[in-house]
Design a binder for this molecule. Structure first.
Ligand code: MN
Ligand code: MN
Length: 409
C-alpha cells in the first residue's frame, strides 16, 4: 500500500509537469525535463560538423513526439558522377524511402557541356539555380522547341519527349531536376548513342536512307554528359529546327521570377507555377517560398500531393505533424531536401539571420494548400473558442487572409 501511494505521488508530480503548455506528453519529452547536465551530455563518438547542423534532432522541442519516416535528405552528400562537361548526383526513393512521388537530380554543365539527347519514362521538371543553358525538345506531333533558360527559370518535359540540355557562357549552369516518379534515375535514361550503337549498321542505313559507312564513327559507349562547343545564337538554332514552321502551343519553359507572387508581404513571398500559369506542366506544381529572418511559413497542409522540398538559401526548421500524435522537428540547409506527405501538417521557420528560400514541388496539376489560421478564422468563433479555450476576442486578431508567411514578433 505504501509503495503504491508513493508511486502515485511520483506519477502525480510527473503528470503535473507534463500538463504544461509546450510540454504536453506523458511521459514528458525534451531537454526541458532534464534534472541535471548529465542528461544532456553526448560523450560520443560524434562528428561535430555534422551533428551541429541538426540542433532540432539533437535536442528536439518538448512538443515533439513519436517517430515516423526520416523527412530529411541532401544533395550535399550524394555521390557525383563526374564527366568531362559536367556532373550529376541524385536522391531517389532508393536513397530516401519517404520520397515516393519525386526523385531529385542536381546537375552541373560547363559552358558548352552537353547532357546527351535522351528521353525517359517520367516527366522532367527543373529549376535553374545558377547560370544558363539551352534546352531542345520535340513534341508528339513533331513540333520542335529550343530556348535558353536562366537562373530562376523552370522547364517541363512530358514523359517520352526527347530533349537535350547544354550549358551556355560564361560559366555553364547548375540546376535541380524533379522526376514525377520517386524511383526514376538520371543514370538510367534512354540515350541516343546507346540506341544507335546497338542497332545493326544495315538497319541504320535503311532507317536514315544513307550508306552505313556514313555512320561508321558513332560512339560505341554512351556520352551521357560530355564537353561540346558552345552553340550559336538562339535565333540560328530556331531557324535550323523550324522546318515546318509549326511550334508547340505551350512553351516548355517558365520564367517564375517574372510571374506575380501569389502571396507577398514584408515577411516574404510565395511564387506558384502550376498548370494554370505553366500549362505544359500537367503533373508538377511548384511553390517558391522566401521567408525573411524571423518569419515563418505558416502552419498548413496540402490536400492533393506530397511536398518535395529543395532548400536554396538560409536556415530552416520544420516540424511535421501526423495523427498518433506524431510531431517531428528537423533542420534544413542549402542543398538539403525535405519531404512532407500529403495532408500532413507542417510549418517552416526561418531560424537564420538571412532570407530563407526553398521550393516545394508537388506531383499534381495544381498547387493546393489549407492554411490553419484561414480555417480557424472561417469557422464560427464560439466553436473554435470551445476547442482551444481562447477568447473570441483573441481569435478576432488572427490573420483571416491565409497570409502564407507571417513575420517574426
Ligand atoms: Mn531528361
Ligand atoms: Mn508546404
Amino acid at each position: 500500500m505504501l509503495a503504491a501511494s508513493a508511486m502515485g505521488a511520483v506519477m502525480t508530480a510527473t503528470a503535473a509537469r507534463a500538463a504544461a503548455f509546450g510540454n504536453p506528453d506523458q511521459p514528458p519529452q525534451g531537454a526541458i525535463n532534464a534534472s541535471g547536465p548529465g542528461n544532456l551530455k553526448d560523450p560520443g563518438p560524434r562528428d561535430e560538423a555534422i551533428g551541429n547542423q541538426f540542433p532540432s534532432a539533437t535536442s528536439p522541442p518538448a512538443t515533439d513526439i513519436g517517430g515516423g519516416a526520416l523527412d530529411w535528405a541532401s544533395f550535399n552528400n550524394a555521390p557525383k558522377r563526374i564527366q568531362d562537361g559536367g556532373w550529376a548526383r541524385q536522391v531517389t526513393q532508393r536513397d530516401f524511402a519517404i520520397s515516393s512521388t519525386i526523385a531529385g537530380v542536381n546537375m552541373r554543365l560547363t559552358a558548352g557541356g552537353i547532357r546527351e539527347l535522351h528521353w525517359h519514362q517520367a516527366a522532367e521538371w527543373a529549376i535553374m539555380t545558377y547560370g544558363s543553358c539551352r534546352v531542345t525538345v520535340l513534341d508528339t506531333v513533331g513540333r520542335p522547341f529550343v530556348a535558353d533558360v536562366n537562373e530562376g527559370d523552370l522547364w517541363y518535359f512530358p514523359p517520352g519527349y526527347p530533349h537535350s540540355l547544354q550549358g551556355l557562357g560564361p560559366d555553364g549552369c547548375e540546376f535541380v531536376i524533379c522526376f514525377d516518379d520517386g524511383g526514376a534515375s538520371e543514370f538510367n535514361t534512354l540515350l541516343l548513342t546507346d540506341w544507335i550503337a546497338h542497332t545493326p549498321p544495315d538497319v541504320l542505313a535503311k532507317n536514315f536512307g544513307v550508306p552505313a559507312e556514313t555512320l561508321a564513327k558513332v560512339p560505341l559507349h554512351d556520352l551521357w554528359i560530355f564537353q561540346g562547343t558552345l552553340p550559336g545564337d538562339l535565333a540560328s538554332d530556331r531557324a535550323a529546327i523550324s522546318k515546318s514552321g509549326h511550334v508547340p502551343p505551350h512553351p516548355f519553359i517558365f520564367k517564375l521570377g517574372s510571374w506575380a507572387p501569389a502571396k507577398q508581404s514584408k515577411a516574404g513571398e510565395i511564387r506558384v507555377a502550376d498548370s494554370n500559369s505553366f500549362p505544359i506542366s500537367t503533373t508538377i506544381a511548384a511553390a517558391l517560398v522566401t521567408v525573411r529572418p524571423g518569419g515563418i511559413r505558416e502552419m498548413h497542409w496540402h490536400p492533393n500531393a506530397d511536398e518535395w522540398q529543395y532548400y536554396l538559401k538560409g536556415k530552416a526548421r520544420m516540424t511535421v505533424f501526423n495523427a498518433g500524435p506524431n510531431a517531428r522537428t528537423m533542420d534544413f540547409h542549402p542543398g538539403d531536401i525535405g519531404y512532407v506527405k500529403r495532408n500532413i501538417g507542417h510549418y517552416v521557420e526561418n531560424v537564420g539571420d538571412t532570407d530563407l528560400q526553398f521550393i516545394g514541388v508537388f506531383r499534381a496539376p495544381r498547387y493546393e494548400e489549407i492554411s490553419l489560421s484561414d480555417w480557424l478564422t472561417h469557422t464560427p468563433p464560439a466553436l473554435v473558442a470551445q476547442h482551444l479555450h481562447v477568447d473570441e476576442s483573441a481569435i478576432a486578431k488572427w490573420p483571416d487572409n491565409a497570409p502564407g508567411i507571417m513575420p517574426g514578433s
